[in-house]
Design a protein around this ligand. Sequence first.
Ligand code: PHE
Length: 544
Amino acid sequence: MSSSKDPCSSAASSRGNWGSKLGFILAAGGSAVGLGNLWKFPYLAYSNGGGAGDQQGAGGFVLIYLLAVLVLGLPIMIAEMMLGKRTQTTPIGAFESVRPHSLWKHVGTLCVITGFLLLSYYSVIAGWTVEYTVKSVTSEFSNYDQAVSEEMVREQLWHDFVYSSEGEAALIIELGQKPESLSKALTDPKLNTLKQVVTDQEWKRLQQNEEGQAKLSELKKTLYPQKLFSEFIAHPWKQVLWAFVFLAMTVGVVIGGVSKGIERWSKILMPALFVLLIVLLGRMLMLDGAGKALSFLFRPSFEMVTASTVLNAMGQAFFSLSLGMGVLITYGSYMKKEDNLVSSSYSVVIMDTLIALIASVIIFSAIFSYNLVMKDGGTGNLFTAMPVIFMKLPGGILLCAAFYILVIFAALTSAISMLEAVVATFVDEFKWSRKKAVYIISAVTFVLGIPAALSYNLMSNVTIMGKTWIDFADFLCSNWFMPIGGLMLSLFVGFVFTKKDQREELPEAHCKWFPFPLFRVLVRYIAPVLVVVVLLGMLFGAIQ
Ligand code: PHE
């Protein structure tokens, strides 16, 4: 099994090897680093941290996430790559080749189902980044002056007042006690008169002189992206169109085979994204809100931690590291025999986690520096908080375009890996040609993605378990299917593979930073038990 030329596979010709170790790390890293890091992690930190207003914080969520990455993510990643590397085939075939005619192959089936569903809604969010690139290139962000209404400005003025110390004192007088929560106070009808008086006064002040006018224009800049975003997601056909465009780009790369396309592009684009993020981070740390952002993210605060925080953190670890849906089985199958699973996994995990944290610091610095209120629970923060910064920086619009283009590429390298895992499975299992597999699978995915694209507009009232379709699909994939896939993978590699099999893939020389006995305990017992406990907790929580 030492070479990629598997005589049993009709896909042998399209099955390649990674050109170099770095190539593999960047491709696997490209799969891992995507919307999960730049959009979803900051959004989850926002919502699990209780929003950016009151005295809460996301420290608990971040800490649990880091633990999940180390204790579940790392061993399961090694296990998943190991299965692919050893069997040199795709999800279903990998299980089948080790345990023929057993039920294990249905873990592969689950991977394929997850792949379809995941890509279907991922393309919708990725489509947003395409729209935002267009918005920045066409200078749509400069129209803020006429677009922002007086009412929006008043809402923001009220928010700023409620969160100021002067406001707090006024609220206590008005309510006769300290408000239970400031975010609730924002919409408390008992405060309507106070709101009217305060916003009238502030609004007049802003009209008075040049200084006020300048302040008003700054305020509009912070409000405009929220308005743009809510208008954009209310457009059904735009959502469908951009999802289609993004999927077409993904098809364009996958159809040409992976190694050259993905590997070459990942080598250029991943470092470019990283450099741009570091530059932005440097700039953001100079803003007033940076300290608050750091403390919101990293102060160990457990007030907000509930069972669902733990579930979200675990789900996000699977999602962000691309685990439990067969991507790493497939990518692992293109590895060479001598490649080092431990160091590759470490590199991917570190890269992925760093980028999620950096992106969060950037986004939260913007949120706190400009007092932004995410009315959508944080869903849009990559699209509502980031343009605010760019609108205020000199030359920002250009930077804005560059930023969203890199986000598209990050999303693209992830989407490519999802499509590739499913395509390669159909090629291996059903002997389809690569072309046929790519076209049919992407067409099905596109159709599946339509309800996701309509979740923010035409279908916003259609809910399953209180969630819109897109949220439900994400919930199913991240919180159920991927953890279950990962659980099965770790049991398979832990118990069905012999110790000798495992040892061959993890020779002493590779295990300096991850001792073999530790791997065995994690992959056989600790990771599976933790996943089961969280899923059971969830199940019973959901039943109650
Ligand atoms: N890890 C990717 C991201 O963070 C998403 C992904 C999940 C990619 C599963 C492939 C497989 O965006």
